[in-house]
Design a protein around this ligand. Structure first.
Ligand SMILES: C[S@@+](CC[C@H](N)C(=O)[O-])C[C@H]1O[C@@H](n2cnc3c(N)ncnc32)[C@H](O)[C@@H]1O
Length: 228
């Protein structure tokens, strides 16, 4: 049961040249351009394979990508070498960022919430607020798994190869164990379940929200500024 397997199976996260990854970039690019009006220093938090880091570098930002997974960083560094990118990819933990206070104009956090329990996400948000400059922006994109759960339980097909064969939640629906099945194999991953209300309540401790919109039925794009 591992996220490594999940990211390997879904090219939407692991292959920046795949159609699935490209679609994610195409959807977010206009929103990022609109809500990142001046160039500056960006932390791509939980950067994964680095597709959004490269996009922002191409748009003129100075980008550092941070991720805790060596396998993901290896992918990102390979893509960087391939593209001649100058993005620096750093291994680190979002709960304890290896950066000085007030270091970044923007922190981007895309589809990372599922990795964190409430107490951990509290630490992440606190760290994001610390490393952002006053007036800097926290750009957050997440899928509301709480809204999505009833849909998943009905056996959704995901990606080209896999379908969901099992969905098991704990009693309080704080986490969900999802079993992915293909013709060849099956694997399970446990996700933390975050709904929009809970995310916003936690964010409110450290940020003021300046924008929120749906980018599809269950996915939100939000912009925050730190309270400092
Ligand atoms: C769904 S992927 C998203 C990656 C990228 N933001 C994207 O949209 O393609 C979530 C990423 O969070 C990373 N991650 C999980 N826990 C982390 C932590 N504690 N600190 C930093 N990164 C973490 C994973 O390794 C993974 O690359």
């Amino acid at each position: 049961m591992s996220f490594e397997k999940y990211y390997e199976a879904f090219r939407a996260y692991s292959d920046i040249y795949s159609d699935e990854y490209r679609r994610r970039i195409e959807t977010l690019e206009p929103l990022l351009m609109k809500h990142m009006p001046s160039r500056g220093k960006v932390l791509d938090l939980a950067c994964g394979a680095g597709g959004f880091s490269f996009l922002l570098e191409d748009l003129g930002f100075q980008v550092i990508g941070l991720d805790s997974s060596e396998a993901m960083l290896e992918r990102a560094r390979k893509f960087a070498a391939d593209k001649g990118s100058k993005v620096e990819f750093v291994k680190g933990n979002a709960k304890e960022l290896p950066f000085e206070n007030n270091s970044f104009d923007y922190v981007l956090f895309i589809e990372g919430l599922v990795h964190f329990e409430p107490r951990e996400l509290n630490q992440v948000f606190k760290e994001v607020a610390r490393v952002l400059k006053p007036g800097g922006r926290f750009i957050l994109q997440f899928t509301d798994l709480r809204e999505l759960l009833p849909v998943l339980i009905n056996g959704t097909v995901v990606g080209a190869e896999y379908w969901i064969s099992r969905v098991l939640t704990d009693e309080e629906e704080k986490t969900v164990l999802i079993e992915f099945q293909s013709e060849k194999e099956s694997f399970r991953v446990r996700f933390n379940v975050w709904g929009k209300t809970a995310v916003e309540m936690l964010a409110k401790l450290y940020f003021g929200q300046i924008h929120s919109e749906n980018i599809n039925e269950h996915t939100y794009f939000q912009v925050y500024v730190p309270k400092k």
